[in-house]
Write a protein of this length. Structure first.
Length: 131
């Protein structure tokens, strides 16, 4: 019967023990802190996509962890420690997302301002647009 239980865990893609979960949450927390630092240092819009993608990857990991937590919950484990750590992690991620959104917004504002200050472009009325 024990073998079946192991196979069942694999079948739903859950193969993490409580200690592994906690470790993974701690690793992700470090990554989020690193991401936050990167976001705070962003100098222009070109630098946003890789940071944004990294945050997305962390979010995917969070979903995966949530599935593992739910599964262990159904197994009757005491998850208070893991759940607290996970909640803290998701709050960190939210802070990062807000920070990134605000940064993107700030860059967009700057770009609009710069556009408004730029001299008008030479007229291209006589040139057919290349479509």
């Amino acid at each position: 019967a024990h073998l079946m239980a192991g196979r069942h865990r694999e079948a739903i893609g859950v193969a993490m023990s409580l200690s592994e979960l906690l470790e993974r949450i701690q690793e992700l927390s470090k990554e989020v802190v690193h991401s936050k630092g990167q976001i705070e240092q962003l100098k222009d819009a070109q630098e946003i996509p890789p940071v944004s993608e990294h945050l997305e990857a962390i979010l995917d990991q969070c979903d995966y962890l949530a599935d593992n937590i739910d599964y262990l919950d159904t197994q009757g484990y005491d998850l208070s420690l893991v759940e607290n750590a996970y909640t803290a992690l998701t709050q960190q991620v939210s802070v990062c997302q807000d920070l990134l959104d605000n940064t993107v917004e700030r860059f967009n504002k700057l770009r609009r301002q710069r556009k408004a200050e730029m001299p008008p472009e030479p007229s291209t009325a006589g040139i057919k647009p290349l479509l």
